[in-house]
Design a protein around this ligand. Sequence first.
Ligand code: NCD
Length: 314
Amino acid sequence: MTQQLDSDGRLLHLLTLEGLPKETLCRLLDRSGQIRDAALGRTQKRNSLLGITVCTLFFEPSTRTRSSFQIAAQRLGADVVNFDASTSSARKGETALDTLKNLEAMGVRGFIVRHPEDGAAEMLAGNAGEGTTVINAGDGRSAHPTQGLLDAMTLRQAKGADFSKLKVLIVGDVKHSRVARSDLHALRTLGTGEIRVCGPEALLPEPSTLAGCITGDDFDAMLRGVDAVMMLRLQRERMEEGLVASIDDYRRDYGLNAARLRLAAADAVVLHPGPINRGVEITDQVADGPQSLVLRQVSNGVAVRMAVLESLLA
Ligand code: NCD
């Protein structure tokens, strides 16, 4: 695997949260907290990335991740190029690596990569030139490290820094979710007291992903007493036919509604990475209700991405 840390423990790329030391993770979370006002545009633009050009290299659709990286880079003073596979020479068959090499030849220093294939960001990092930095913005089912960080930041704000007291439940299509994988890495590294993972058997991942977790397919039972519920989108684009019997069954068994949420702790919080299938994995009432941190996650995403860009490129 391409090294994302140098021998002094400095981050060269951000490809995964797996194996990232707790100090590095906490340093990024602390910095995200400090920078939050700037991330929300409440203070003047910074200039720590002045003169640096970064590119969002996206081979899959995105709303939140791409725009928040773009805003984060701009609020640090960087110039940003947006590459969109659907309107580029990728349509003519140009590879991701050739695309990166060409943009690198124009002086782009940082690449924020989203790609449908597992390992794509790591492959690009391994082939990038000296001084080029790659940030994984979601590769296949593998990893989405900045989502894992922003989810951890959001939980930390809501519940405090001591994760050992927390019971956290991840629900839904865990099998196809890079968000769940990165969340699990972050939750373990931060020493979460109890991690529960729930979904229909066909949507639970390989056992190695679930190491140390309590798993089950009974949503109501798994909800009891949890401090946080992390909902996931049904990733129908990554799914073989027939994995889910029907959307109605899924909604009945795994949809989070207000009545179900009462099974969790009274002050439980609800997270969802977006995009939401409203009325499928979560009802409007819960998604827009007082326990939902969905838009807080989005705001925190800008801060986390500023902290990551600054740490890698400043
Ligand atoms: C997620 C993704 O693309 O991995 N979205 C996001 O980045 N906020 C989750 C999803 O698509 O379901």
